[in-house]
Design a protein around this ligand. Structure first.
Ligand code: FAD
Length: 517
């Protein structure tokens, strides 16, 4: 009996000490974290903002937020967690501008690294025949634009919205209307400085540690934290001719888009969007856009039809105004849009690039910015875009769209298949982005549930019709779904994970790998 009591007591002591050890390892609010030699600091109290993102649907409260001042702060913190080994549950999420949609930059009870604190050292622009800029991974693209414009230069490839960080967009791809010509943003990077999941600081490029370089680009934050990047620049134009024309025939619309992204002499930016069931369309058109022929335009009736808007831009400098007018006219003459719907505007280059910010300010003033955003972004092979459009715009989404639906093609040849991003196999594929906003607590067609059901129907159709669609800014919850997303590239992705973040410390919000405990 005495022996039994002794054994039970022994087990209890062992159990209590195991729990204590684990709790100590799990909590960063311990002397071990507080005594780390950092230039920046941890905050264990004001952590709620790090549990939110633009999607406004997922909230995971972290244990602490690190505000790093130096790369060494990030490396020291990750190394510290790495040294705890697999028994600690702690994970680390780099947070750029927090514009993820489903908690990708969050961590449940882990450490969020507020990358915007790392903005310094300053943005450095290098002029010369192949200009570039060196920036922190937490820098916003809008700031890079402002700085590089001082030298008459600018990055070549953009996103539609510039208040996003370098690290955030390079972890995905960074796609906009310039991608058909320059590739996505991940095709315009020369060099990166990365902190891996082991806490090592590594410089990488095409020439040096090239596997890490390609892993990190489009790598969903899985292989390292981007602390610095060298981005390719080009001469910046002063002005932009910004054009919108309408089509009622989807085949004519896509034919013109595909022609424009394949032609030698073409526009600098090609996008497009779908307009579902809107009456009085032309009266609501952006006021800064002037119709080429206001009389004819006023007679145009959209009558609730689905229309397709081609959006184009041509860059120029003021000394070339006449030449550019001629060129634009010539390019437009090759297209088959509805003639009365030519709308043109001329704006400064910076106003064109920062155009979505204008909408942000308006939406914020009406309290419509911080609402749930159940966005769905798809990459669709060219050969399947008509099947997709017939079903989605002809059957699933006939009533309304709850936000813009972008649709435009890009050239696969401008993407590097050594990076981690997954794209369709064909030479041309389309980005189709359902940028929906839900009205909080609505149970109608503008409510979250309705929009999520629509998204599900779209995804199910893509699956059953075998369209070969890939999600952009992908979101899955099971390993099986991730495996299907990566397809034959899954094994390589897993191998890269075991090389650079073997304990699965980084970017847990993507829900691809789970830290082994
Ligand atoms: P976060 O949301 O903070 O982070 C995104 C992911 O990257 C997380 O997993 C995070 O852990 C990881 N991460 C963040 N920083 C780093 C780093 N330094 N190193 C490694 N990993 C890191 N995308 C396009 O391609 N084209 C568009 O036109 C476009 N328009 C958009 C418009 C709006 C209004 C919004 C809200 C988003 C848009 N996006 C677009 C999507 C956007 O590119 C991604 O959501 C991007 O991740 C947001 O950047 P962020 O700095 O907010 O990243």
């Amino acid at each position: 009996k005495q022996m039994n009591t002794f054994i039970i007591k022994g087990f209890m002591i062992l159990f209590v000490s195991c729990v204590t050890i684990k709790l100590n390892l799990c909590s960063p609010n311990t002397p071990s974290f507080n005594t780390l030699p950092l230039d920046g600091h941890f905050n264990f109290h004001e952590v709620h903002h790090a549990a939110r993102d633009f999607g406004n649907r997922y909230q995971f409260l972290p244990m602490a937020v690190l505000h790093p001042k130096t790369v060494s702060d990030i490396a020291t913190t990750i190394k510290h967690i790495w040294d705890m080994g697999p028994r600690s549950e702690l994970t680390v999420a780099a947070r750029g501008h927090g514009h993820s949609l489903q908690g990708q930059a969050q961590t449940h009870r882990g450490v969020v690294i507020n990358m915007e604190s790392l903005k310094g050292p300053e943005i450095q622009v290098y002029t010369g025949s192949s200009p570039y800029v060196d920036v922190s991974g937490g820098e916003l693209w809008i700031n890079i634009l402002h700085e590089s414009l001082k030298y008459g230069l600018a990055p070549k490839s953009w996103t539609d919205y510039l208040h996003l960080t370098i690290g955030g967009t390079l972890s995905n791809a960074g796609i906009s209307g310039q991608a058909f010509r320059h590739g996505p943003q991940i095709s315009n990077v020369h060099q990166l400085e990365v902190v891996t999941g082991k806490g090592e600081v590594i410089n990488c490029s095409e020439e040096q540690n090239e596997d890490l370089f390609h892993s990190v680009l489009g790598g969903l934050g899985q292989f390292g934290i981007i602390t610095r990047a060298r981005i390719s620049l080009e001469a910046a134009p002063a002005r932009v001719k910004w054009i919108r024309v309408l089509y009622s025939d989807f085949a004519a619309f896509t034919q013109d888009q595909e022609h424009l992204i394949s032609a030698e002499n073409t526009f600098d930016y090609v996008e497009g969007f779908v307009i579902i069931n809107r009456t009085g369309l032309l009266n609501n058109w952006r006021s800064s856009f002037n119709s080429k022929d206001p009389v004819q335009a006023s007679q145009f009736k959209s009558d609730g039809r689905t229309l397709f808007c081609l959006e184009l831009a041509k860059y120029f400098n003021l000394d070339k105004t006449d030449l550019i007018n001629e060129e634009v006219e010539n390019l437009l003459s090759q297209l088959s849009y509805i003639r009365s719907t030519l709308f043109m505007s001329e704006v400064a280059y910076i106003d064109f690039l920062d155009r979505v910010h204008v909408s942000e300010i308006k939406l914020r003033s009406k309290d419509l910015w911080d609402v749930p955003h159940p966005w769905l972004n798809l990459l669709i092979p060219k050969s399947k875009i008509h099947t997709f459009a017939d079903e989605v715009f002809g059957s699933i989404l006939t009533a309304t769209s709850n936000g813009p639906i972008l649709i435009y093609p890009v050239n696969r040849s401008k993407w590097d298949n050594r990076t981690s991003v997954v794209i369709p196999e064909e030479h041309i594929f389309y980005l189709v982005a359902f940028l929906t906003s839900a009205v909080p607590s609505s149970t109608g067609t503008d409510g979250l549930e309705h929009i999520l059901t629509q998204n599900k129907r779209i995804l199910e159709f893509c699956e059953t019709a075998h369209l070969g669609v890939k999600q952009y800014l992908p979101h899955y919850t099971t390993k099986k779904e991730w495996q299907a997303h990566f397809g034959p590239r899954w094994e390589a992705f897993v191998q890269r994970k075991s090389a650079y973040d073997p304990l699965a410390i980084l970017a847990p919000g993507q829900r691809i790998f789970q830290k082994a405990i």
